[in-house]
Design a protein. Structure first.
Ligand SMILES: [Zn+2]
Length: 246
């Protein structure tokens, strides 16, 4: 090998090494972008958010029901009190001796019976409402605490996801800057050759020769090709077509 040949070979090797470095960076960049795009956590978090919102809405509705029930119950209790007072008044009148008229006494007795019947019915209604109120309270107690726990877990998960995403995005930004810088250091002709090859072969357009085989497809690189490389020529893998870095 004459000195001129050696320097040409050295120049090619340096260019190819830089291309290799560029490709490593591009592969890292591609992998990070893939991680960012295929992460299912964002969709999971969205589903959990929707579920929590629906749950909160149900709790809100039940609390409204509880308020309505309390109002209804207060009204009913007031009415029962009125009926009870009325019954006592009638009772007082009946036994006061104010009147001995049987017809009148009979009428008072009838009014008393009607009032007592109505009071019993209204008290039954109030008891039914109280039962509903207790059930509602139990439901709210159980579901409010589980809702709070789920919400706290969701917030923590969301914060973790955001931190992870931001870290990954930062890494991508740095890699993108470094990649562009590296591209600027490569001889334009070589870079355009590599870019054209990438259109055909994907990001991995350059391969190393490792122990006589192509690192891209692991098939043997004939020694005659390696000799051509030493003579300052670009060589390509005969099976996968990648540019080879001897
Ligand atoms: Zn190959």
């Amino acid at each position: 090998m004459n000195p001129g040949m050696y320097s040409k070979y050295g120049g090619i090797m340096m260019g190819l090494s830089k291309l290799w470095e560029l490709q490593e960076m591009q592969l890292r960049l591609q992998e990070r972008q893939r991680q960012l795009q295929t992460c299912s956590l964002a969709r999971e978090l969205k589903r959990e958010k929707d579920r929590l919102e629906a749950c909160q809405e149900t709790i809100r509705e039940k609390m409204q029901q509880q308020e309505d029930l309390a109002r209804q119950l207060a009204g009913l209790e007031g009415y029962c009190q009125q009926l009870s007072t009325r019954r006592k008044q009638l009772e007082g009148k009946l036994y006061s001796g104010e009147t001995n008229n049987p017809k009148e006494l009979n009428s008072i007795q009838q009014k008393m019976d009607t009032t007592a019947g109505e009071l019993a019915r209204e008290e039954d209604k109030a008891m039914e409402l109280q039962l509903q109120q207790e059930q509602l309270e139990g439901w709210l107690k159980e579901n409010t605490s589980s809702f709070r726990a789920a919400k706290a877990a969701y917030r923590e998960k969301l914060a973790q996801y955001r931190t992870w995403r931001e870290g990954l995005q930062q890494e991508i930004d740095v890699l993108a800057v470094n990649t562009a810088q590296m591209e600027g250091e490569i001889e334009p002709g070589l870079l355009s050759l590599y870019t054209t090859l990438q259109h055909r072969l994907g990001v991995m357009a350059i391969a190393r020769v490792v122990k006589g085989t192509c690192s891209g497809c692991h098939l043997v690189v004939p020694p005659v090709l390696l000799r051509e490389a030493r003579n300052g020529k670009f060589i390509y893998c005969e099976s996968c077509g990648r540019l080879l870095l001897p």
